[in-house]
Unconditional design. Sequence first.
Length: 368
Amino acid sequence: MTRDDSWHDDTWLVAGGRPDAPGQPLNTPIVPASNFDLGGDLLYARTDTTPTWTALETVVGGLEGAECVSFASGMAAVASVFAMVPVGSRVVVPADCYQATAGIAAAGEADGRWSVTRVDTDDTQGWVAAITDGAGLIWVESPSNPLLRVADLHTIVATARKDGSLFAVDNTFATALNQRPLDLGADLSVQSATKFIGGHSDLLAGVVTTRRADLVATLRRNRTLYGGTPGALESYLAVRGARTMALRLERGQQTAGVLAERLAEHRAVRRVRYPGLPDDPGHALARAQMVGFGSVLSFELAGLEEAAAACRNVRLIRHATSLGGVESTMEQRAVLDGQEHMPPGLIRLSVGIEHPDDLWTDLDGALA
């Protein structure tokens, strides 16, 4: 099914990727096939695709008016983008970003493939300077993980366009419902479908969208050669999860706003990081380039022990990693490998779809 230009995003999420011929199933089925009878369009799953992958790519690509390539995990998607970087060039990544992305950048530098420059997400002039010096890849994460800093995507993209650098945005926190990096001029928009697209903490998958035919071909080639193909069950679950993503995100970010305001007034909380708060440093930028502020926030307690106690004492909120599920999760960040530089009392909270009053009662009790 092709998207009607008059349809809203939440309508497309329900309608996209469905079979539409008479007698076909309403939902694209799980197709656990590695190979196909010769003579048709499909030959071998790794080199071509399967109907289940195609449904996922149709749904996600239709949100951004672009081509989507799906992968076995968010990191498989990230790795496929980094594989495009010419040997001997430079990559620019945020100082505050997903630790596995920082890890792949550091590993490539250690292997002599490229050099790495780290820039604070909200340091616009730092990004401009880094791009002007020349780079093979500009990788921006906005809002950032886990400090929720907001990058000035308009200015950074404009600079990258002049320089000719490949520009990619990790859009996992915002999702394509809240932010459209491709509309702002980015070459690539990357998401971990494990998070908000799947939405139920039961799959691993990643997606990359682009409007450049050459990059689509390169992404598919990388997926074929490196074997980063998504599973049939995972693709099916991601499509099923995407059907309700608009509803889940709307509920989650409404509740996140309520919790952020209450946490900001709590005696045990030293700082709340959420671009939806009017006094947040990234609020004005977020309003300019995002539709909503998302359902992830961070807050800081006095130190390591206080954060650990809060995570131990929640009952409804799950003390777990990852984010974007129907269940709210929170975790202490500074105790994780690669996150030791984070504020000691920082807790990242992914807000699910539970009743906001129940979540607040749980948080308030844990903080006490």
